[in-house]
Design a protein around this ligand. Structure first.
Ligand code: CA
Length: 276
């Protein structure tokens, strides 16, 4: 059969370029059995410059996860043929691809189990587009930091800066300095002060900064900060989180920086540089 494209014709229109997917568009593998949610995810993700691959069973999802090298996996916990937890474990045996779990409300223990099994974060259904995109950004950023080119062992999150409402929190891990800057109501006057932390408070905060934007379970934090023998001493953590909030939040009862994930753990807000 003749290939018409090989006959170069002067004055003809330029042949269309092949539809190559740019390499920088991250590939998201969606493992979800509910068709309307899959459709919503595909439309939303493609509109936001992600490539999407979909699976509707645990078996198919596990296979795609280890053979198609997705940049991120969105995993429903309730799948018809197997538990999302087993899928998480199976993927983790083969790959470090970030896994963001999708779960229904009231599955707190499942979320915790999935995170402890190696998932990176979770979204509770129903979730908004903004929340979905924020979680994906955070998970991708952590993946790049953990093993991507340029990571080189240097802690890219050595300085954390986050502005919410009228307060800016700046944490320099290397210098061990924590600064709070407030913008006076209706003025451009700023007041800035250094916050003194105890060594244990600093250890806890440093862990949260290194995982900023990502949820950490109580058990993960306790193991990391207090040691494996304290993995179930949630009360320690409540006390220290409370102390940190008194020092960092405008209103410790309504925390904006150090957020509680009910029944799961804590999340330090994603870094947000102050508006110019
Ligand atoms: Ca489901």
């Amino acid at each position: 059969m003749n290939e018409p494209a090989q006959q170069s014709g002067a004055g003809r229109a330029q042949p269309l370029l092949p539809a190559v997917q740019p390499a920088h568009m991250p590939l998201v593998l969606v493992i979800e059995d509910e068709e309307p949610i899959r459709r919503f995810l595909r439309v939303t993700l493609e509109a936001n410059h992600y490539r999407v691959k979909q699976a509707s069973t645990a078996r198919e999802g596990t296979l795609w996860a280890v053979t198609t090298y997705p940049d991120i996996v969105l995993l429903d916990l309730g799948l018809p043929d197997n538990d999302g937890l087993n899928v998480t474990r199976a993927i983790r045996k083969e790959s470090r691809t970030p896994i963001v779990v999708l779960s229904a409300r009231g599955q707190e223990s499942d979320k915790v189990a999935a995170l402890d099994a190696g998932a990176d974060d979770y979204l509770t259904k129903p979730f908004g587009v903004g929340e979905l995109l924020a979680r994906l950004r955070v998970a991708l950023r952590h993946a790049i930091r953990a093993g991507g080119p340029g990571a080189g062992g240097v802690d890219a999150a050595a300085v954390y800066e986050c502005s919410l409402d009228k307060r800016t929190l700046r944490i320099d891990l290397a210098a061990r300095i924590v600064h709070v800057t407030d913008l006076g109501a209706g003025t451009s006057v700023q007041t800035s002060r250094e916050v003194r932390l105890t060594p244990m408070e600093f250890r806890l905060l440093a862990l949260l900064v290194r995982h900023a934007g990502k949820v950490l379970t109580h058990q993960m934090i306790l193991k990391e900060v207090w040691g494996p023998q304290h993995a179930s001493d949630v009360q320690y953590l409540r006390v220290y989180a409370g102390e940190l909030r008194k020092k960092l939040e405008v209103d410790p009862a309504q925390p904006r920086f150090l957020v509680t994930e009910p029944g799961v753990g804590y999340r330090l807000s994603e870094p947000r540089p102050p508006a110019p």
